[in-house]
Structures are given as C-alpha cells and as structure tokens.
Design a protein around this ligand. Structure first.
Ligand code: GDP
Length: 436
C-alpha cells in the first residue's frame, strides 16, 4: 500500500489528524528489518483508495538537544518511503519560524506535500487563517479541523490524486451478478432467459473455484458477469437433505457480486431461507433486486399485486430499499426489466454524494430532531459527515461520542439519508466516529 507521512512541528495536531484518517483503531507496527520499530502505520482509505498513514514525531530543525535529532531522522526516513505527505501547521498560531524551516526542507523533497492548516474550527475564519500560509511557498493551504473533521474531505480528495490506484481495480468494469434463491424458484430458467434474450456475446469464463463457471453477457456495450452459473444450473440433488439448498455456494456468489438477484417463488412466498439470503446480502453490502418469479402461475385479481407488495415489505422490511419485480422467467415476461433494474442498482451502489449535500441533509435532520440527551444528561453532537466509500455507499459521521446516540436516533438519521439521497437498490452504511 502507498504510504502517506504526516509531518509538522510538535503540538499542531498531527496525531489527531492521523486518528481522523485511520479507518480502524489498530495501529500496524511493522516488524520488518529496515523499518524502524517506533514508526506506527495505520490503515486508511478514501474514496476507492487504500493507504497507510504514518505519524512522525514533532519536527524541529534548530535544536539538537536530547532526542530531537532522532525524531528528525525518523521523519526523514518516513518521507523517503512515502508516496505523499501532509505537512500540518497550526492555523491559530499562524506561520512560525519552525514552520518556515520545515517548509524549506520540504521544498527540496521530490514527493507531493499538501499543506494542512489545522485548528480551523470555523469555516469563515479558517479561510483567513489558512491564507497566511501561502507565504510558505508550498501551494494551496487547506483549512481543516482534525477535531471536528471539517475540511479533511477536500484535503483527502486532493491527496488521493497523488496516490497510485488500487491494484485490484479491473481495466474493464463488469457488473458482477449473483442469482440466488431456493431450489426450484426458477434461477436457471431466469438465467437462460437473460442469456438468451440479450442476444449478445455469451461466453463462459472460469470462476474463482474449480467447478464454478461464470457467464459473460454483453448488452448495450455493458458487460454483465453472471457468477457461478454452474452452481445455478446444478439441479437439487437427491443425495442432499431437504434443508440443503447450496447456501454456502450462494453465500460465495453473493460475496463476489455487485448486484444480487434474489429469486423468490411467488406461489410459495418468502420463506425463512430467503430471509437468510437477504441477511447475507446486507452483511456483505451488496446491491440487490428482488425477483418475484412465476408471476404467471399466481391467480390474480385486482388486489393481488398490493397483497404481494405488502407481503414483501413485511418479510423483507430490512430490504425495503430494493426494487421488486414481478416476472415470469418461463414466458420471459418483464425479464428485460431485470437488466434495467440491475443497471440502476449497480449505478446507485457506486454513486458518490458530495460532502456539501451530505451536510445539508444532516443539518436538516438535526434541525427537525436533535439527539436526545442520554440518561446521564450527556448530549450527543454530530459535527460533520462525508461519504468515504462506495459499494456500498458509506458515510462517516464525526460526532463527539458515538455512545450518546441510541438506536432510535441512529435509525432516524439512517432514514433521513435514505429519503433525501435515494440510493434505491443498495444498502447504505453510516459509521459513527467519535473523538478520541
Ligand atoms: P432453480 O432450481 O431455481 O434453478 O429452478 P428451475 O429454473 O430449474 O425451475 C424450477 C421449475 O420451475 C421448472 O419446472 C421451471 O419450468 C419452473 N419455472 C421457472 N420459472 C417459472 C415461471 O416464471 N413460471 C412458471 N410457471 N414456472 C416456472
């Protein structure tokens, strides 16, 4: 992984920034020869990039007392192994001679170094505070607040431009689709209809496990990869008990999927096994489309569709974000709508929402309903939110203390985001992150 070094003089808030950027609370201490023990690396991500953040001690150049030379060596070594660095300064103190010395040293380095002006808690003030640092000749100063999180989004947006892309991103994006459901719900019939109707290139490709075969289908220039079609075609086997329906195989397919088609036999309705699959889809953060199959075989009157919709809402209340399609794989009726729904779900699964919009939603939600105080009289505060990931869309909320928000309130915030942002077809995740 690429490494990002955090440098700056003592007390400017470097470790606070590291904590803010780190994706887990666990520092990775490298134990390899050549890497000095007392540098700790923390895993971080932003958008689709993963990287490590390394905190360096406080840099001071004009003082050789005590342990300062060794800290300096550490910082220099950290910079040598880094792909980019963030130079942190104190916006409330303004530029100091020590900052100028570090800046001088940075200007001789070949890697990109971004200038973060910390302690800018107020956005209006922050712009003025940050502007003083143009004199360091290091390019644009970014006002941030490590405590509250503001400004860190813009800083990271710029930072990831300087990092190499993640290795596993494929050159030609395909939409990976898993078709899952109990035996006899019509999975292989649906598969045949999809591959037959698309009238395009259909080619088998080997999947990840030895007997898994994926199928590639092209439509309107888009490539769909149907995961483990061998597993879908495999008929329920007499040697397996009634409970067995290849759930592990389905779980594996879900794990590899972008979009899961959860196929239900409309005649039988939603069973406990279907709920198990639905739960797994959520745990894995996959997009989904619910396919009510065999709709041709259901006796219908004017109310049937409403009854079914209620049934789905009831049994799959935790999948309320998924589109529900009533199809007949056998006759092909409305099957073409399935690929359209997959496109929509895949699109929402990787949609990014700007930090400005997220905070508008948050402000609105807080204005309607502020967090109730805990029994101990402690007040929860949400400072700021930003989308940190796609697939599924993941929003980090910077708060004073996650323990001060009860489940009710969290659900309320979840709902506000869902209502305001849509994200039909995909789960969304909220991460509540506190100050430490
Ligand atoms: P799988 O085990 O989930 O792959 O299910 P299959 O595709 O093998 O289908 C099981 C049975 O249901 C077969 O007899 C199909 O012909 C039938 N079937 C599948 N889809 C439909 C449908 O849309 N309508 C009706 N009436 N029967 C269907």
């Amino acid at each position: 992984l690429p490494i990002v070094a955090i440098i700056g003089r003592p007390n400017v808030g470097k470790s606070m920034l590291v904590n803010r950027l780190a994706s887990s609370q666990n520092a990775i201490v490298h134990d390899e020869p050549g890497i000095t023990r007392d540098r700790t690396y923390q895993q971080a991500f932003w958008r689709d990039r993963d990287f490590l953040v390394v905190d360096t001690g406080g840099l001071i150049f004009d003082d050789d007392t005590e342990f300062l030379p060794s800290i300096r060596e550490q910082a220099i070594a950290a910079l040598q192994e880094s792909q980019a660095a963030i130079f942190v300064v104190d916006g409330q103190a303004g530029p100091t001679p020590a900052d100028e010395e570090i800046a001088q040293w940075i200007r001789q380095q070949s890697i990109p170094v971004l200038l973060a002006v910390n302690k800018c808690e107020s956005p209006e003030q922050g712009i003025i505070q940050a502007a003083q640092f143009w004199e360091l000749n290091l390019g644009e100063p970014y006002p941030i607040s490590s405590i509250h999180g503001n400004g860190t989004g813009e800083l990271l947006d710029e930072l990831v431009n300087h990092l190499p892309p993640n290795a596993e991103i494929p050159e030609q994006p395909e939409i990976n689709i898993a078709i899952v459901g109990r035996p006899n719900v019509g999975k292989s019939t649906l598969l045949n209809t999809i591959t037959g109707e698309s009238r395009a290139i259909v080619s088998p490709v080997s999947g990840t496990t030895r007997d898994a075969i994926d199928m590639r289908v092209e439509r309107n220039g888009k490539i769909y990869r149907l995961i483990d079609t061998a597993g879908i075609r495999k008929k329920k086997n007499v040697e397996y008990g009634a409970e067995f329906f290849g759930i592990n195989r389905a779980f594996k397919a879900i794990k590899r999927a972008d979009v899961v088609l959860l196929v239900i036999d409309a005649v039988d309705g939603i069973t406990e096994q279907d709920q198990k699959l639905a739960n797994r889809i959520i745990e894995e953060g996959r997009a989904a489309v619910i396919i009510m199959n065999k709709w041709d075989a259901v006796e219908k009157d004017a109310y049937t569709i409403y009854e079914y919709e209620t049934h789905v809402k009831d049994r799959f209340y935790f999948l309320e974000w998924a589109e529900v399609l009533f199809v007949s794989a056998l006759t092909g009726k409305r099957v073409e709508k399935t690929l359209d729904a997959i496109d929509r779900a895949a699109g929402e699964h990787q949609r990014r929402v700007s930090t400005a919009v997220i905070n508008e939603v948050l402000q609105e939600a807080l204005a309607w309903h502020s967090p109730p105080a805990t029994r101990q009289g402690k007040q929860g505060k949400i400072y700021y939110g930003t989308q940190v990931r796609i697939q599924p869309p993941t929003i980090t909320l910077f708060v004073n203390d996650p323990k001060r928000f009860n489940d009710n309130y969290r659900r309320y915030i979840d709902r506000q985001f869902r209502e305001a942002l849509g994200f039909t077809g995909t789960p969304i995740r909220l991460l509540w992150r506190g100050k430490r």
